[in-house]
Design a binder for this molecule. Structure first.
Ligand SMILES: NC(=O)c1ccc[n+]([C@@H]2O[C@H](COP(=O)([O-])OP(=O)(O)OC[C@H]3O[C@@H](n4cnc5c(N)ncnc54)[C@H](O)[C@@H]3O)[C@@H](O)[C@H]2O)c1
Length: 425
């Protein structure tokens, strides 16, 4: 087992308890994940010798999962110096922390910190002189902007809610460095947000509740990428799924995909379980709790814990009844309302996060975007940028080949047919 110098540990304020066991499980988790993350492994192998990140310090704010350990170890193999904090107070896997620390990655995170500790950890990463910030939810991007941290060459953003925050930051104060919106790469959100979060949300539900899904009435709020994934997985397990939407096109799409589409208020008296997937705030609120069916379950798969009005629930019942780990029951006006994972991302808090194969797509986009920033930051404007098409397609191509799939190519004539207007047939 590789160990850190005690001075290094001391400088990070790290205390080890049972660290050996945690390290071993963290290592196993890493090995399990890396075995399935073939794209990022291929990228790492390509650059392992030349170490293109050798002169760069990377600051990460991500869910600390086994797949994140693969991304960080890949960046380290490419020469980067790394610090990380968690994007969510409850999504931290402590064995992964231990594994990363033994590999001399500066981890500023713990499971279930106080609000103060959570943000103090973010500030530690912000103040670790990062050249590039990789964020999930744009809280770290917001902090380094607020604190006017100097020396940042660029950044990346992992999720839909983070993209909205960056756009709002851009319109309020302007951006201090270029940011690549990794979420918007097709090879990211088509798969991570849909298939990954779809499946891992079901896993989170099963792990926390263990209930039979077949025959139950589920209400999925939002039919975007996450909502599509969650609803199709639920349907696959025999649930009766109703969609609520605010976008008429998405609502129509849900309808034509065979889902029942209703207003939220019409679903409240009958739904057994509600899952918010909107990225919006106040989707299920105090007034809705009054109409909700007795014993209904509430969960959220969106990034922030603002979709369900958990503040109201905790204000009414300071000490809700703990039914199971991450399942709390609130007595609201004589009615039982059951909240899963405190209204925080159910797939990460109640489950293990998205499957490795899907995070391989997302984190390969992240790693290639970081490499792209190191080469192009001088020419990129201080704006939100798309992942270059070349990177997006490359990730998809390597993924296909890792699954053993070959696809056809356009012939010269077919390319001309689309690109040369003067060609007649
Ligand atoms: N849990 C995870 O692992 C994970 C993974 C990816 C994304 N996310 C998060 O999930 C959320 C959704 O992401 P997405 O990529 O699906 O976004 P999206 O923009 O594709 O979809 C959101 C949908 O919600 C709808 N909506 C907005 N307000 C609504 C309301 N009040 N009622 C009903 N519908 C409403 C929108 O019209 C849209 O169709 C974001 O917060 C994102 O950051 C979580």
């Amino acid at each position: 087992m590789k160990n850190q110098s005690s001075t290094h540990k001391k400088s990070l304020g790290i205390k080890y308890t049972n660290s050996r066991d945690l390290f071993e499980t963290g290592k196993l988790s890493y090995e399990w994940a890396v075995g399935m993350m073939k794209i990022i492994t291929k990228i790492t192998d390509k650059y392992r010798k030349t170490k293109p990140l050798a002169n760069f310090k990377l600051g990460f704010c991500l869910h600390i999962t086994k797949e994140t350990s693969v991304l960080l170890m890949a960046a380290k193999a490419l020469g980067a110096h790394i610090s990380i904090c968690s994007a969510n107070p409850l999504s931290v896997q402590t064995d992964v922390i231990e594994f990363l620390r033994y590999n001399e990655i500066d981890v500023f995170a713990k499971k279930n910190p106080s609000r103060l500790e959570f943000f103090a950890n973010m500030i530690k990463v912000a103040e670790s002189n990062p050249h590039i910030i990789t964020d999930d939810g744009a809280e770290l991007h917001s902090i380094v902007h607020k604190q006017k941290i100097k020396g940042i060459l660029g950044g990346t953003e992992q999720t839909t809610s983070g993209i909205f925050r960056i756009l709002s930051l851009k319109s309020k104060t302007g951006l201090n460095y270029p940011i690549i919106g990794v979420n918007n790469a097709k090879s990211k959100h088509f798969f991570d947000n849909r298939y990954g979060t779809g499946q891992s949300t079901i896993y989170g539900l099963l792990k926390t509740l263990g209930i039979l899904i077949a025959g139950k009435k589920f209400v999925v709020c939002g039919y975007g990428w996450v909502g599509k994934g969650v609803s199709s997985c639920l349907r696959g397990l025999g649930a009766r799924v109703t969609i609520t939407e605010v976008d008429p096109i998405k609502a129509l799409e849900a309808h034509m995909n065979g889902f029942d589409v209703q207003r939220l208020k019409d679903t409240l008296p009958n739904g057994d379980c509600f899952i918010t997937c909107t990225g919006q705030r106040d989707v299920i609120t105090q007034h809705d709790f009054d109409i909700l069916k007795n014993g209904a379950f509430l969960a959220n798969a969106g990034h922030f814990d603002l979709e369900i009005d958990v503040g109201y629930l905790y204000a009414q019942n300071k000490q809700p009844v703990q039914l199971r780990p991450y399942v709390e029951s609130f007595d609201i006006k004589g009615k039982k309302i059951n909240l899963i994972a405190k209204g925080r991302v159910i797939n990460l808090v109640g489950g293990e996060g998205n499957p490795s194969e899907v995070m391989d797509l997302s984190f390969s986009n992240q790693l290639l975007s970081i490499l792209y920033i190191t080469k192009n930051y001088k020419n990129l404007g201080k704006d939100l940028h798309q992942v270059p098409n070349k990177i997006d397609e490359k990730v998809a191509k390597v993924a296909l080949s890792s699954f053993g799939i070959k696809i056809d190519k356009l012939t010269r004539e077919q390319i001309d047919y689309h690109t040369k207007a003067d060609v007649t047939y």
